[in-house]
Design a protein around this ligand. Sequence first.
Ligand SMILES: [Zn+2]
Length: 319
Amino acid sequence: MAGIESVTGTVAVEDLGFVLVHEHVVASSPGIVSSWPEVCGGRAGLIDRGVQALREARAAGVSTIVDCTTFDLGRDASLLAQVSAASGVTIVGSTGLWLDPSVTLRARSADQLAERFERDLTEGMDGTPIRAGVIKVASEARVEPFAQVVLAAAARASIATSAPIMTHTAARHRTGEQQADLLEGFGADPRRVAIGHSDDSADVDYLSRLAARGYRIAMDRLPNGALPEYGGQTVEDRVDMIVRLIERGYGDRILLSHDDPVWAGLLTDSQQVQHKVANPLGLAFVSSTVLPALRSRGVSPEVIHQLTVGNPRQWLAAR
Ligand SMILES: [Zn+2]
């Protein structure tokens, strides 16, 4: 593979730069923005807010974000392309499914879903020629039967296209271990699988075991330490966990991100306000807060580069 697919075309791996591996411009539900624009201030307003947020990220050193918004989260590939072009930040889009697939999607087989995912990755998403670059999957405390079907389809699409996989987990239930067992059973390559929301876990042994099996450990909710629904670990606890994993020899596994949508229509208005209060820095939080904290803990510039540039590159492009 010569490069990776972004929403504005193929990008050379060397040009990805500092990558945030799990973000969203808009996280909502399919059809909401077009059928009920008043609820979000309209599509043009969302684009303006997305451009502003990504310009701030760019000023903080970010070159690329992976937008983990699947079809069931209201994916809008052309909106992402407009936000990317106007902000100068590369956006990698996602196929796969999150926690809210419709009844029609739930009625599909693993073969059918794999075909859909592969089409998104090789031909384009939602009637556009804009191709996905990542496969997103999601499970809560237990990997429910339909989520297992989605994991089978994701593994199949990953093997067929060499696209990487990002997972959503309920980390305190160690969902990543169930996902890992299933994905490996379906033949997926652990080095191409990022176990998401891992910083919601306070269990260094759980994360170390996954890292030892080759999985990428996505520490992707870093600003949300002030919000109890994300596991109760403070930002300092999350930084400390990164340092402990590096000390155990897993600096080559860790990925960083915020998972802090520019517009989170799936949350109540008051939840969205709480997110903004917890993280007024938006997509600049990792650059402004987490990286300096890691430096003050003695993490070297080489390892910081590995976490922000080298590891995402290997996860996205296997090199
Ligand atoms: Zn997310």
